[in-house]
Write a protein that binds this ligand. Sequence first.
Ligand SMILES: *Cc1c(COP(=O)(O)O)cnc(C)c1O
Length: 357
Amino acid sequence: MFTIMRQASRGDDVYEEDDSVRSLEARVASLTGHEAGLFCASGTMTNQLAFRASLLVPPASVLCDSRSHVYRYEAGGLASHSNATVYPVQALANQGHHLTVQDLEREFIVDDGDVHMAPTRLISLENTLDGTVMPLHEIQAIHRFAKKNNVRLHLDGARIWNAATAIGCNLRELTTEFDSVSLCVSKGIGAPIGSVLVGNKDLIKKARHFRKMFGGGWRQAGGLAAVAHWCIDNVWPTMKETHVLAKYLAEGLEREGRGAKVYIPVETNMVFLDLSGSGIRLSELSRRLEEEKGIKIGNRNAPESQTQVRLVLHWQISKQDVDAFLQVVQDMATRASPRFIDKSAEDRKGKFGYLAK
Ligand SMILES: *Cc1c(COP(=O)(O)O)cnc(C)c1O
């Protein structure tokens, strides 16, 4: 990757003069079935620019899944940058697997002149969401619903590469029906930095203007764009193996963890683990993984009450790494014999050898 970065163009992207950036933007636009693209520093920026460029006149509201990144993890940017309010929608059908038209209909606010309301102007979907894939037929149904009601449709496709890989379809089948799509190049496909926003030329022109206003115009971004190209060519094709490995990890955790549960279906590269039935403490698992195997899962300081953790696999994780992980789980589960299974962690904290160690 460093060789590619060294050889990349050094144009000034604020003046749209960098060849690597322009070709990356054109390539992602073409892959997704859109007119134009804009390469930015982060996925939060591409989501927020899409909203800002779409919601020009308040009052406005946005509908999105209550678990979605744009609602929970972007520091309230929709309110701050776009003067819009969000109605988070609960997915009620299919055990909450994904939003449906019925879910959206429940919360939709018609623009009928009622001065109390902020009419729905935009629907934002996320795919994958918690590693699960939104079915194509649902995207198409929501697209028809959005058109019929004359509202914009945005996709937070930070992990859309994973969704296309899981379904085995072209990226564009999952992206053309949206007015704007944000795709991350630094998550699943492993580039150092960045996200690309795609849409029609007018939207991208507006987003570029706002990007400059927000201080996100960057100059010699060519090295980053060149390496993103490389990752699309070389890392994306390996994604299927990563998904297989995630399933292998999930099965191993349920087998070796003796009561450990994977509580969201593993459809791509994420494994959501619940240790509450296993007698294994998350903080201890995290510490032992790091000390014994050099594996960091980032919950070393987890409070005693925390029993759930998200594990995300990437292209540089091997089967040996996963086996090393499972070995630690197996070892801990064996010692956490049923007698010691911690039914009330708060009461018994530290009383048993395996807990106090
Ligand atoms: C990571 C992520 C983002 C934001 O990306 P950053 O580059 O971290 O700002 C947005 N949406 C989803 C679904 C993500 O996973």
